[in-house]
Ligand binder design. Structure first.
Ligand code: ADP
Length: 494
């Protein structure tokens, strides 16, 4: 039996999973790490903390699986995207905490760039919208805020990387400074059409090219881990950002296939093949994991997905545990005309309004907590359905099914609502660890554990399938009402 080790470095926790060649998880370890909030809207991580936790998980997962380094064919890495690390090439010590993707400290800089008309150029080159979400303005901020740092950067003494680059640097004892196209495409510095760091954007953000990692395919033998770390050298052969890894782990390797991850937020990705769809309608164009060919995806990011259920639990105390929402919402037939727009932290795609705030509309004397719970649940499906409608329109594809994963995908009522609103079947796979599995597949492919992408695609198996039952006219009407409710939440915060 062959084994592949997947490192899944997320926003709040690091995980490691040892998969066998049949794709079964044989050993899992997970560890949360510290979230640092220096000011309102600022979020940082300690890169050394991430590294130590990730390494500890890797060792523990191997121990639990009962395999030693010699039996592991490859390591695959998947990671929280956009989060920005700068370190000293000589000492390997970070010059600042990592600035996390959720951090809004560069909002004013983005607004100023927008006023100067930079958004269209950025969209054309990178497929992204001008937003603090991405790495470029975070990296610029680090270089500008530490006195004297720019001089070191210009002398080639500093390295920039997203978390994948940082982990590979540490895993190889500072021998490799690399990333993959899926991570590079989230920096706002990478030309996704030519597949190169964009000199114009580097100039715009005043970033020396010497800081940047080499971009190599996602499925590719990058090098070996230092022997002392895992008890022997293991090839690092898979690298992809978490959402693109999940797309791959879901077997969405052909154009027209899509997945939605229902976690804290929701991330909808549609594989558009070798053609990059224009990033219109508030969607992003991004690079999918590179395994043999360059592929693109359209992406829609919803900031509040499963997190709205946490709010029912912790804010309103309507339920004790997140899964309890299903029973409560099922006590009523429908939301009784209520819509809940969960714009608690502004709205992401397709609205991109940081000043939107949460609202509940349509309440009457008959409204009960069950209606509100049901409206909260439905808001997750409505936001996703809206994005998938835009995606199909912009890419000219018709979806045959939607593959789902993430914590809230366990909710059958939510999945039925999704199928109804979308008008296509929603399918949940047997293995829900799709992000880690995607990284394992990318790594295993590069070293011959699996033959090709089609073999991976055929390994995917459904656990449950939800068929649309709602009439299309009714679904369209609900989506229309939803858009009307969203209008009430926009541009609220002054
Ligand atoms: P992340 O990886 O973003 O931390 P997870 O994929 O672990 O998130 O999913 C956790 C989220 O899913 C939480 O916001 C939680 O409220 C929600 N959730 C978990 N189980 C259910 C459920 N049965 N129904 C609805 N929401 C759920």
């Amino acid at each position: 039996m062959k084994y592949v080790l997947a490192l899944d470095q997320g926003t709040t926790s690091s995980r490691a999973i040892v998969f066998d060649e049949r794709g079964r998880a044989c050993g899992i370890a997970q560890r949360e790490f510290r979230q640092i909030f220096p000011k309102s809207g600022w979020i940082e991580h300690d890169p050394e903390d991430i590294w130590r936790g990730q390494l500890a998980c890797a060792r523990l997962a191997m121990q639990r699986a009962g395999v030693t380094a010699g039996r592991i064919s490859a390591v695959g890495i998947t990671n929280q995207r956009e989060t920005t690390v700068v370190w000293d090439r000589r000492t390997g010590i970070p010059v600042h905490n990592a600035i996390v993707w959720q951090d809004r400290r560069t909002a004013a800089r983005c607004a100023s760039l927008a006023r100067h008309g930079r958004a269209p150029l950025i969209a054309r080159r990178t497929g992204l919208v001008l937003d603090p979400y991405f790495s470029a303005t975070k990296l610029e901020w680090i270089l500008d805020s530490i006195p004297g740092l720019r001089i070191h950067a210009e002398r080639g003494e500093l390295a920039f990387g997203t978390i994948d680059s940082w982990l590979i640097w540490k895993l190889t004892g500072g021998r490799l400074h690399v990333t993959d196209p899926s991570n590079a495409s989230r920096t706002m510095l990478y030309d996704i059409h030519r597949g190169v760091w964009d000199t114009g954007l580097l100039k715009l953000f005043n970033i020396p090219a010497s800081m940047l990692p080499d971009v190599l395919p996602s499925s590719h033998v990058h090098g070996k881990t230092e022997a002392r770390l895992l008890g022997g050298p293991v090839p690092i052969a898979g690298v992809a950002g978490d959402q693109q890894a999940a797309l791959f782990g879901q077997g969405c390797v052909r154009p027209g296939m899509a997945k939605n991850t229902y976690g804290t937020g929701c991330f909808v990705l549609l594989n558009t093949g070798e053609k990059a769809a224009r990033p219109r309608g508030g969607l992003l164009t991004t690079l999918a994991a590179h395994a043999g060919t360059r592929q693109y995806a359209l992406e829609g990011s919803v900031f509040m997905g499963g997190a709205v259920i946490q709010w029912l639990r912790d804010g309103l105390r309507l339920i004790r545990k997140s899964p309890d929402v299903e029973a409560l919402a099922s006590t009523v037939q429908d939301t009784g005309g209520v819509f809940l727009v969960p714009a608690f932290t502004g709205l992401g795609a397709p609205y991109w309004d940081p000043n939107a705030r949460g609202t509940i509309v349509g309440m009457t004397r008959g409204t009960s907590s069950a209606h509100i719970a049901r409206a909260a649940l439905e808001s997750i499906a409505l936001q996703s359905a809206e994005l998938l409608q835009i995606m199909q329109k912009e890419s000219g594809t018709r979806l045959r099914e939607l593959r789902v994963d993430g914590g809230a995908a366990a909710n059958n009522l939510l999945m039925q609502m999704q199928a109804d609103l979308l008008g296509v079947p929603v399918v949940r796979p047997k293995i829900l660890e799709t992000t880690a599995l995607g990284a394992a597949y990318l790594a295993g492919l590069a070293v011959g554990v699996w033959k090709n992408r089609s073999e991976i695609a055929t390994r995917w198996q459904a656990e449950a399938r939800f068929e649309p039952r709602m009439k299309r006219t009714e679904a369209d009407e609900r989506l229309g009402e939803w858009r009307r409710a969203v209008q009430r939440s926009l541009d609220w915060e002054k």
